[in-house]
Design a protein around this ligand. Structure first.
Ligand code: HEC
Length: 224
């Protein structure tokens, strides 16, 4: 309390007459700051700014490098210092694997070992048709086959359904599988070849017969 604030004159006389006033006694206490307590000091402003900077930097860093947390991009355990190997080119389905799977369609007649069923279903193993010209084999599978036909020296006269609902890739794969299994030695068949045969024989809407196969081999057009 400095001198100017001290009661003086009448006020001083009045107060002295009244004795100490409670309010006056408390005045100095009010002016004092609360006693500092351990652990409650306000955080220094440099620390506050440091925290803000770290959070800001973290946000910026994630924004720049997190790859939007896409599972294709985000790698939480990158090999430090090792450049990631370039992504492997999408593996082509092995035609033999796909062909083996498509062959499930054929097994009920031609059998798992490609031997067929005597007198009913001709063998694919050792068959001149299965191993012969790829375009003829493709046409058989695309359109089906019926009527008398000789396969590996034996005569058959049954009906084989058309498989044109399968894709070029599936048919090429199953033919490739057939032509390279059970001792067969036909060349692999490409989907493009199946597509070409599908196109050139597209107007046939019946099963092929032995004479169609002869015409195909000679490169002559098939009758309707
Ligand atoms: C419903 C029974 C059946 C199914 C299923 C079947 N075929 Fe046939 N396949 C035959 C018959 C029967 C013949 C002979 C047709 C004839 O007598 O004119 C034949 C003939 C063939 C021929 C020419 C003759 C030979 O033995 O080489 C090939 C090639 C052939 N089939 C491949 C296939 C393939 C590939 C599949 C599967 C996509 C398949 N077949 C599914 C019954 C079937």
């Amino acid at each position: 309390m400095n001198d100017r604030d001290r009661p003086h004159g009448r006020e001083l006389e009045r107060r002295e007459a009244e004795g100490p006033v409670v309010v006056d006694l408390h005045e100095p206490i009010y002016r004092e700051m609360a006693e500092p307590r351990d652990g409650y000091e306000p955080a220094p402003s440099w620390l506050v700014f440091l925290c803000l900077f770290i959070m800001g930097f973290g946000g910026w860093y994630l924004g720049m490098y997190s790859g939007a947390f896409s599972p294709k991009v985000y790698n939480e355990n990158p090999a430090v210092g090792v450049r990631a190997a370039p992504p492997a080119a999408p593996k082509e389905v092995d035609p033999k694997v796909l062909g083996r799977r498509v062959f499930n369609n054929c097994m009920s007649c031609h059998q798992q070992n490609g031997q067929g069923v005597p007198d009913n279903y001709p063998p694919l193993a050792g068959s001149e048709w299965a191993n012969g010209r790829a375009d003829v084999a493709a046409a058989i599978v695309l359109h089906g086959l019926e009527g008398p036909i000789e396969v590996a020296g034996k005569h058959f006269n049954q009906v084989m359904p058309s498989w044109k609902h399968l894709t070029d890739e599936q048919l090429a794969a199953v033919l490739t599988y057939v032509r390279s299994s059970w001792g067969n030695s036909g060349t692999p068949v490409k989907p493009a070849l199946v597509a070409a045969v599908r196109k050139s024989t597209g107007d046939i809407s019946r099963s092929l017969r032995a004479d169609d196969l002869t015409r195909l081999k000679a490169g002559r057009p098939l009758g309707g």
